[in-house]
Design a protein around this ligand. Structure first.
Ligand code: SAM
Length: 217
């Protein structure tokens, strides 16, 4: 994602009542659901960008609490502004945000606190020496293993075949099971009701096929 720093975005994030900064979230470990008015099953998107997917998930699933996680303030600010714009039609009380690096998730969430993790169009980090930065690397899968409930699942979508194949290899060499796998998800019956992310809309409109996997333990 091309990043443009937006003046004042750090203060905006600090002041936003629907968002926690990384240090605040770490201090709240084990009580993260306190940021919602009501405790419900918890689903998170890691690297949510401007938040189109998680916003629509929250609107469609009022019985679930959603947390969108994004490390860059300037990107997160857009997600918060778009949520607020929508709220002229009623509060979206099941959606909150974290400005945090995914590496810190085990310091933020309690063991087994999360029901589902979404990884959508994660940065591919094509150079081998950057492989451990990929959000589907073995190190990250270990973090997800810790914070996910035993019956929890991870859903991963991307148009990047290289990243998808790498992720399949990581899963194959791990204790994770592949519950669903498609290199052309939009052509599958399972894509009925699929909620598109910003990147998914952009890349599929350019003719790229969308890959999806669902994994569990
Ligand atoms: N998920 C969105 C979508 O599908 O439209 C955005 C995809 S964008 C390519 C990837 C996003 O993940 C970027 O906004 C980036 O800042 C964020 N990101 C990458 N690595 C991250 C990390 N370690 N922790 C938190 N966010 C991360």
């Amino acid at each position: 994602m091309r990043l443009r720093h937006i003046k004042g975005c750090e203060d905006f994030i600090t002041d936003a009542k629907e968002c926690l900064r990384e240090d605040e979230a770490i201090a709240l470990k084990g009580k993260i659901q306190d940021i919602f008015d009501v405790r419900r099953p918890l689903q998170i998107e890691i690297g949510m960008g401007k938040g189109q997917f998680i916003r629509n998930m929250a609107l469609k699933n009022p019985g679930i609490n959603f947390i969108g996680i994004e490390r860059y303030e300037s990107v997160l600010m857009k997600a918060i502004q778009r949520k607020r714009n929508l709220e002229s039609e009623g509060a979206i009380d099941n959606l909150r945000f974290l400005c945090a690096d995914a590496r810190k998730l085990a310091d933020i969430f309690e063991t087994g606190e999360v029901d589902k993790i979404f990884l959508n169009f994660s940065d591919p980090w094509p150079k081998d020496r950057h492989a451990n930065r990929r959000l589907t690397s073995p190190d990250f899968l270990q973090v997800y293993d810790r914070i996910l409930k035993p019956e929890g699942v991870i859903e991963f979508k991307t148009d990047n075949v290289g990243l998808f194949e790498y992720s399949l290899e990581v899963v194959k060499d791990s204790k994770w099971k592949l519950d669903f796998c498609s290199f052309d998800f939009h052509s599958e019956k399972e894509s009925e009701g699929n909620i598109m992310t910003e990147y998914e809309e952009k890349f599929s409109s350019q003719g790229n096929k969308i890959c999806k996997m669902i994994i569990s333990r």
